[in-house]
Every structure is written in structure tokens, then in C-alpha cells.
Design a protein around this ligand. Structure first.
Ligand code: ATP
Ligand code: MG
Length: 567
């Protein structure tokens, strides 16, 4: 496929699904079990969504189950609050782990017993080298490693030291438990990898019960085996860890034989996926929090107004490949969002930068309501009544006193259509002492009610508007990409690539009354302006809206030119 997209009606096909099909057909596997294994050290981002949609997706397609497993083996960076946020995000994305919620920490006692099993079998030893010395002894890609002087300790000595590590006799970093595999192995992960380290740190779930913690490598495959995971799907950076994954499963009396498969990570242009960088942005106050609508986190995207279904659609179009990680254009994600919101979001009128208009020949004190279509893409969405009166607001940008040739909107002497309402002609311009336009005087044609002239005359522009007497004042927040370049940090510190104009707050917006008390998260299209959603910062009498996206679809253009998701 030249693009990363698959046709919507096709069942997804990729090497992972092929493998599962083969395993089921050959009877190697009877019930598919996958897991999504987040580390509770931050919030989930759109990259995780790729993994969530894949793991839960294949489990669903093959009648299997998908577990949510917290990989909580590093207590210094983990928090209960992250666990709850991650659960909420996975649920929001539309997936349900049912009763299959697990924690690697639930297996600490079993993992400890298996560590002793390896020691007894002569396959693990306690090493007194410092972290730096271990790195030094490990060798390089071109040079073999050297044996630690502690590698040949007796089983009894190792058992004694490991038990004393657990008992808390030694300070952090004094000793580690290492697998005894092969210091000359071509794969560096097999050069006696560390299985346990001493960490006198309270764990969010096990508290002070432990002061030694298993490494990712020791915990992950064994947790897979305990849970009966059949296909352990992870990202490509773990490919080199697979021989160790297999070595551990083969050398331990585990109850099942899981297998690991690696697929490409998602990278998205104009943003970052590294939790470390996202954490930096939050801690340095460069964003308002993990759920800042500019963040690529699921919490941020949700607050921005991105529907979960659009993220699932996006994830379903991504290539699940075994080759190198690809950078996907942000425009492709935006395309999926627009495609969905265009179908589902109701239309409303909102004026972001208001300019007052007085219709001089409209009777004072009079008013009426006009019928407006809620969603031209969805007849079932029906219509609503929009109040009209003598004083209105239009968008400041929709008027020019001295318009250039290609400006077709309102100007002195010119007639335009007010959407769903009437034709109006600008007759006068009122300015303040500084010469700034503060009000327009217009006349309307009562014969054009509903927006059409009985004599068939045409106008070149249709403007949105809000009745001044009924307008709901609101704050609207406009967002742009968080970073100025497609590859933030590629050329120095990522913080230097932050877009200083990524947020613009407009505090004097005017909304039609139907937008007075939106529920948080409600997505609407402000006519001619884009897709917006209600923000939880709203108060009872003052809505706050976030712009999800403007209307212009860049991806559709890239695709029409034969572009691919990978630049
Ligand atoms: P960190 O940034 O702390 O190294 P991580 O991004 O790998 O962590 P985890 O919580 O360990 O985060 O990830 C959980 C799962 O999500 C892992 O299986 C990981 O492979 C997968 N995952 C993480 N980032 C991406 C991504 N960009 N694309 C696809 N899958 C991802
Ligand atoms: Mg990880």
C-alpha cells in the first residue's frame, strides 16, 4: 500500500493478524489473549492509542480477551493518580477489559520465587559491581563483554545475598541480581541482564513491602505467562529484548508460553510522544496540564473535542508494520476528526470578534425567529429557531471599508446575505475617535426572508451573525500546533521549538442562544469557523469553548496529490 490507509470496508490485515489467524488454524492457540501494558508514570497519548486499538481490536476480532496490565515495576516514577487517569482514558477510547485488570506488582511474590529458582539452577547471580562498572563490563556492539568478578558465586552465597537484598540489608545500588547467560552474546540484552535492583522506595500499591524491584524484562514476559497472554504485542524497540523474553520463559516453570511480536511505533508530526518531554511541558508550566487541549494525550485530545471514534478510525488506518517507525502527518489525524465531526456535529452560529450592525429599517423593539438547519449532513438532526432583531453582531473580518478586488463580503454600499435571515446592504460606517470602525448601519430587504430574493438577484457572500439582544457572551480558545516544526527537537532542545502562538484566547465572543448551556465535551460546528467543543472551565453564565479544528482539510489535498502518510 502506498498510503498508510486501508479502505474502510476491508477487514484490517497485517502481519500480526496473519500470525494470529495461522496460530488459530494450526491449533497452536485456542483462545487469543492480548494485553495493553502501560507504565503508570504519565498520561496516555495518541501513540498509546495505536497500541490500545491494536490489542483490544485483535482480541475483539478473534473472539479473545484483552487485559489491562499496569507495568508498575518502577515505584520512583509511578503514581496512583496515573493509574486512574489511564483507566479513564482507555474506557473513554471505547475499550473494556472486563474483569481482566492486572498489575505486575500482583506478581512480585511469584517473580521473587522465580528469581530464586534461577539462582538455584545456576542461572542468576548477585553482582556487587556498580551500575557504571556493569555498563563498562558489558562491552559494545563490536566488543564482547567481560565477566563480572562476582559471576561465579556459589548458589548458597547468591541465595543468601539475594534474601538479604530483599530484607533491606543493603543500600540502593549496592547490588543487583543478574541472569547468568553469556557475556559474549552478540545481543547485548543477553549479556547477563539485570533482573532485580535495590530501591528503598514506597510503591503506590505494595507500599513498603519491597525494597527490591524486578526490571521490565524480568516482570513483563512472566506476567504475560501468568495471565495466559498468547500474543504479547509491543513496539519495535523491544525486538532486541525478545531473545531474553524467550530465554526467561524457557528457563522458568511458567504456566504458559506467551510470544512477543513487535510493531512500529506511531510518531506524529508537529508533536512529541515522549512521556519525558510531555512531563517537562507540564512541570515547566508550558501547558496548562496533561489535559491541555494542545497536548497529544488522550485527555488533551478529549478536552480539545476530538471524539474517541475519530481516534479509533485514525488508529485503524495506521500501518502495523515490522519495519521502521514512521512519522504520520498530523493532517491525517485532523482529516479523521473532520470527517467524523462533519457528519455528527450540529451547526450553530457564533461570532468570535464581534462588530455591531444596526438594521435601520428594521422596526425598533421588533423581533422574530428564523429557521436554521442543524446539520445539512444529517436530516434527522432537524432545525432550530434563531432569534433575529434590529441589532446584530457579525465577524469583524467580514467587513472591509475599502475592500480589495477579491473581498466579496460586506463593504459600504454592498449587499450580502445573513445566513437563514435576509439580504442586508451596508449604508454607513461609524468610527470611534481613533478612526476604528465600531458599528455598521445597514438596511435589509424584507422580501428576502429566509435568505433568498424573489427577484432572483444574487449576492456573493453569506455571513453568520448573532442577534445582539439574545447573544450569549463567551470565551473561545483557539489552538494551533504546540510546536512550530514537524520534527520538534530534531535540531536542539525541543522546548525551543514550542509555538508561541499555540493558544489565543478570545474573551468577547457572542454566541447564539442555543449555545448558552452546553454540556462539557459537546461538539458543534460554528458556521464558517470550524469545530468547537465546550470546556469544563465554563461557569453557569459564561460558556467556554475550545476550537477543535478549523474547517480546512489539508490532508484531503495531500492525498489528492498522491501523498502518503509518511512525508
Ligand atoms: P516511556 O515513554 O515511559 O518509555 P512508553 O511510551 O513506552 O513509555 P508505556 O506506558 O510503557 O509507555 O507504554 C505502554 C504500551 O504502549 C507499550 O506496549 C508501548 O509499546 C506502547 N506504546 C507506547 N508508545 C507508543 C507509540 N508511540 N506507538 C505505539 N505504541 C506505543
Ligand atoms: Mg515503556
Amino acid at each position: 500500500m502506498s498510503t498508510a490507509e486501508t479502505a474502510g470496508d476491508e477487514r484490517p490485515r497485517d502481519f500480526i493478524r496473519e500470525t494470529i489467524r495461522d496460530d488459530l488454524a494450526a491449533g497452536r492457540v485456542t483462545a487469543v489473549a492480548t494485553r495493553f501494558p502501560p507504565e503508570p508514570n504519565g498520561y496516555l497519548h495518541i501513540g498509546h492509542a495505536k497500541s490500545i486499538c491494536l490489542n483490544f481490536g485483535v482480541a475483539g476480532e478473534f473472539g479473545g480477551r484483552c487485559h489491562l496490565r499496569f507495568d508498575d515495576t518502577n515505584p520512583t516514577r509511578e503514581e496512583l493518580a496515573y493509574i486512574e487517569a489511564i483507566k479513564a482514558d482507555v474506557r473513554w477510547l471505547g475499550f473494556d477489559w472486563g474483569r481482566h485488570l492486572y498489575f505486575a506488582s500482583d506478581n512480585f511474590e511469584q517473580l521473587y520465587a522465580w528469581a530464586e529458582h534461577l539462582i538455584t539452577a545456576g542461572l542468576a547471580y548477585v553482582d556487587d559491581l556498580t551500575a557504571e562498572e556493569i555498563r563498562d563490563y558489558r562491552g559494545t556492539l563490536t566488543e564482547p563483554g567481560r565477566d563480572s568478578p562476582y559471576r561465579d558465586r556459589t548458589v548458597d552465597e547468591n541465595l543468601d545475598l539475594f534474601r538479604r537484598m530483599r530484607a533491606g540489608e543493603f543500600p540502593d545500588g549496592a547490588r543487583v541480581l543478574r541472569a547468568r547467560i553469556d557475556m559474549a552474546a552478540g545481543n547485548i540484552n543477553l549479556r547477563d541482564p539485570v533482573l532485580y535492583r535495590i530501591l528503598h522506595a514506597a510503591h503506590p500499591r505494595t507500599g513498603d513491602a519491597w525494597c527490591i524491584y524486578p526490571t521490565y524484562d524480568f516482570a513483563h514476559g512472566q506476567s504475560d505467562a501468568i495471565e495466559g497472554i498468547t500474543h504479547s504485542l509491543c513496539t519495535l524497540e523491544f525486538e532486541d529484548h525478545r531473545p531474553l523474553y524467550d530465554w526467561l520463559v524457557e528457563n522458568l516453570p511458567v504456566p504458559a508460553r506467551p510470544r512477543q511480536y513487535e510493531f512500529s511505533r506511531l510518531a506524529l508530526s508537529h508533536t512529541v510522544m515522549s512521556k519525558r518531554v510531555l512531563m517537562r511541558l507540564v512541570e515547566a508550566g508550558r501547558v496548562a496540564g496533561w489535559d491541555d487541549p494542545r497536548m497529544p494525550t488522550l485527555a488533551g485530545l478529549r478536552r480539545r473535542g476530538v471524539p474517541a471514534a475519530a481516534i479509533r478510525d485514525f488508529a485503524g488506518r495506521l500501518a502495523i508494520s515490522k519495519t521502521s517507525d514512521s512519522v504520520v502527518e498530523m493532517a491525517m489525524l485532523e482529516h479523521c476528526i473532520r470527517e467524523l465531526l462533519n457528519r455528527t456535529a450540529e451547526r450553530r452560529m457564533a461570532v468570535l470578534r464581534p462588530l455591531k450592525v444596526v438594521i435601520e429599517n428594521y422596526p425598533e423593539g421588533a423581533g422574530e425567529t428564523l429557521e436554521a438547519v442543524n446539520n445539512p449532513e444529517d436530516a434527522a438532526a432537524g432545525t432550530r429557531r434563531v432569534p433575529f432583531g434590529r441589532e446584530l453582531y457579525i465577524e469583524r473580518d467580514d467587513f472591509m471599508e475599502d475592500p480589495p478586488k477579491k473581498f466579496f463580503r460586506l463593504a459600504p454600499g454592498r449587499e450580502v446575505r445573513l445566513r437563514y435571515a435576509y439580504f442586508v446592504t451596508c449604508t454607513d460606517v461609524i468610527k470611534d475617535a481613533d478612526g476604528e470602525v465600531i458599528e455598521l448601519r445597514c438596511r435589509y430587504d424584507p422580501e428576502t426572508r429566509g435568505g433568498n430574493a424573489p427577484d432572483g438577484r444574487k449576492v456573493k457572500a453569506t455571513l453568520h451573525w448573532v442577534s445582539a439582544a439574545h447573544a450569549v457572551p463567551a470565551e473561545v480558545r483557539l489552538y494551533e500546533n504546540l510546536f512550530t516544526r514537524p520534527d520538534p527537537g530534531a535540531d536542539g532542545d525541543v522546548m525551543d521549538d514550542l509555538n508561541p502562538a499555540s493558544l489565543e484566547v478570545l474573551s468577547d465572543c457572542m454566541l447564539e442562544p442555543a449555545l448558552a448551556s452546553p454540556a462539557t465535551g459537546d461538539a458543534v460546528q460554528f458556521e464558517r469557523l470550524g469545530y468547537f467543543c465546550a470546556d469544563p472551565d465554563a461557569t453557569a453564565d459564561r460558556p467556554v469553548f475550545n476550537r477543535t479544528l478549523g474547517l480546512r482539510d489539508v490532508w484531503a489535498k495531500i492525498r489528492a496529490k498522491g501523498g502518503s502518510a509518511r512525508p
